[in-house]
Design a protein around this ligand. Structure first.
Ligand SMILES: NC(=O)c1ccc[n+]([C@@H]2O[C@H](COP(=O)([O-])OP(=O)(O)OC[C@H]3O[C@@H](n4cnc5c(N)ncnc54)[C@H](OP(=O)(O)O)[C@@H]3O)[C@@H](O)[C@H]2O)c1
Length: 304
């Protein structure tokens, strides 16, 4: 399998990359989409030291910049004829204050959702070329809402609302993609939303304020957290399982409990097609990218 991981230099993305690169008897190629060349290269070195496999590379992209996303799309398209999986994972967590990107958006909205909306639409053709049933796994969580009147959170901001809004947007997006592709004749693509049921001891621990770190460290001793490697082990079947199994899960919001993947009941608002279309159109307008709009229109027309 050839897997693109966004945010593979830390946390859940790194855990997944580590496990996939090291699975015995299967050669997986892992591409890390990351914002730091140094961190990308050191992550590859670290993973390669623990495995015999040497099929890893990086694509540089700061998801806070739409210009970077465009360049990354071009680079991936020129270097790769197909992709089997994408892990839509990169995301900002704790932040002390609102940061506006150079594209004029709230950074949580842009990094955690919009840039990856654009990336995904532009890489669908590579997934369609997969011989293993192309799939996208979205790292999502329950709850949250879209702040329709203040999506960029200029009036009221909190990092929690930013994270949750992006999660809702990602959930609406993958369900929309599933619905559109279900109507495309002969499609073998799957779109799956996955929520990890335990908190992962990720790089967030180095970013949060001291009092939160102390709380987390205490909770660690009560088994609240799992390691990034454990997270990778839990999630890896979603990337490696057979096409038929992946297709069965497509459109579902799932988690891992009692040693199996189980479906989570999705909120009505996420399944509301009017709301999905509203977000889809707002996202296209914010991307301001002709090619992305064209891809989205084609998808709608094929699916008719
Ligand atoms: N940890 C959990 O328990 C948990 C649970 C459910 C969902 N999640 C979600 O999982 C995702 C990953 O979180 P995590 O806990 O693993 O956090 P993390 O350890 O902080 O990792 C975040 C990853 O995203 C990358 N990233 C951040 N901003 C970026 C940007 N502008 N451009 C490109 N890459 C960027 C980071 O790159 P750098 O390495 O350069 O910082 C890092 O690789 C988030 O969406 C989070 O909301 C986490």
């Amino acid at each position: 399998m050839k897997i693109l991981v966004t945010g593979g230099t830390n946390g859940m993305g790194k855990g997944v990359a580590k496990v996939l690169a090291g699975i015995d008897n299967q050669i997986h190629e892992v591409i890390l989409l990351c914002r730091s060349k140094e961190l990308g290269e050191s992550t590859i070195k670290e993973i390669e030291n623990s495995t015999m496999k040497k099929k890893m590379s990086i694509i540089l992209c700061d998801l806070a910049k739409l210009s970077d996303v465009r360049n990354a799309i071009n680079e991936i398209q020129s270097k790769h004829k197909f992709l089997d999986c994408i892990f839509i994972n990169a995301g900002l967590g704790y932040a002390a204050k609102r940061v506006e990107t150079e594209d004029g958006m709230d950074s949580h909205f842009q990094v955690n959702y919009l840039s990856q909306f654009m990336l995904t639409l532009n890489l669908l053709n590579l997934l369609e070329n997969s011989e293993n049933g192309g799939r996208i796994i979205f790292n999502v969580t329950k709850g949250g809402k879209i702040l329709w009147d203040d999506m960029q959170m200029k009036n009221v901001w909190s990092y929690e609302s930013g994270i949750h809004q992006a999660m809702v947007a990602k959930r609406m997006f993958f369900v929309k993609l599933h619905d559109l592709y279900r109507d495309v004749k002969g499609s073998k693509l799957s779109f799956i939303g996955f929520e990890i049921s335990k908190t992962v001891w990720s790089n967030q621990i180095n970013i949060i304020p001291v009092f939160m770190k102390i709380m987390a460290t205490i909770m660690k001793y009560f088994g609240t957290f799992i390691s990034i490697e454990k997270c990778g082990v839990i999630m890896s079947p979603l990337f490696t399982e057979k096409q038929e199994e992946s297709l069965k899960k497509s459109g579902e919001f799932i988690t891992w409990k009692k040693n199996e993947f189980i479906e989570i009941k999705e909120d009505e608002i996420i399944l509301n097609q009017e709301m999905q279309d509203r977000l889809w159109n707002a996202s296209l307008q914010l991307c301001k990218d002709e090619k992305t709009t064209q891809i989205a229109e084609n998808l709608y027309n094929y699916a008719k």
